[in-house]
Design a protein around this ligand. Structure first.
Ligand code: ADP
Ligand code: ADP
Length: 219
């Protein structure tokens, strides 16, 4: 089965007496090793879709399947477990913890796991993103591109099947952004699926496929 799939996925917001159908029956699938970008105008439903894919918010209709299993109807607690095991997150703002070293930031998702192999895996991941010699640096001592590579390493610490990236190059200059896109390409070559929501047209040069959302529907 695809690593991630949605079937007839819908999300309705009701607030201030207004109803907004932010997603209207989206059928989407992504296989291991695929790099897919999601584009679309502001307010078209991209953030909402990413939140559904990341099990961060409940759909009002339809299903989200991870490795063929419908996870949209699991309890919050079960979803947290599934999310941790199968989904990595990368954000525009990096969200590194300023008082922790690069190595410690990569270990954060496993903080409560008490696994003696975590440190070795984090160090290995930092090496793979070209930061072997930056392990003990604090975020304030790293460039934007280096910070985002730490975030990519962190997103991979639990060996996820898919990484969700929200404007991953949005805070980087063009050239640095390209090195990050190359990094994601390497991640997909190792069999991980990557989904990037982005306005960055450069991303099109790197992805296997682009999906456009317009007014809550796939265009
Ligand atoms: P995009 O990420 O493409 O800019 P969003 O997914 O943020 O779009 O928003 C899609 C639509 O849903 C917009 O009309 C937005 O105003 C609405 N929306 C998003 N989040 C909420 C919310 N929490 N409550 C009410 N409406 C929301
Ligand atoms: P982006 O630029 O990344 O698409 P947005 O500014 O559209 O982000 O929205 C950021 C977040 O704010 C959304 O994920 C959603 O949770 C919330 N949001 C967006 N629109 C609304 C809204 N109309 N009412 C309440 N919350 C909203």
């Amino acid at each position: 089965p695809p690593v991630l799939e949605t079937r007839d996925l819908g999300r309705r917001y009701e607030s201030r007496g207004e109803t907004v159908d932010a997603l209207k029956g989206i059928d989407f699938r992504i296989e291991r090793g695929e790099f897919v970008s999601i584009i679309g105008p502001s307010g078209s439903g991209k953030s909402t879709f990413l939140n559904m894919l990341g099990l961060l918010d409940e759909p009002t209709s339809g299903e989200v399947l991870l490795n063929g299993e419908d996870v949209s109807h699991l309890t919050d607690r079960e979803q947290t477990t599934v999310r941790k095991r199968t989904i990595g997150f990368v954000f525009q703002q990096f969200y590194l913890i300023g008082t922790l070293t690069a190595q410690e930031n990569v270990e954060v998702p496993r903080l409560f796991d008490d696994d003696p192999q975590t440190a070795e895996r984090a160090a290995d991941l930092l090496g793979r993103v070209g930061l072997a010699n930056r392990r003990t640096h604090l975020p304030s001592e790293l460039s934007g591109g280096q910070k985002q590579r730490v975030a990519i390493a962190r997103s991979l610490i639990n060996n996820p099947g898919v990484v969700l990236a929200d404007e991953p190059t949005g805070n980087l200059d063009r050239k640095t952004g390209e090195t990050i896109l190359e990094e994601f390409t390497r991640v997909t070559e190792e069999g991980v699926a990557v989904i990037a929501v982005t306005h960055d047209e450069k991303v099109n040069d790197y992805v296997d496929r682009t999906v456009e959302i317009v007014d809550g529907e796939l265009a």
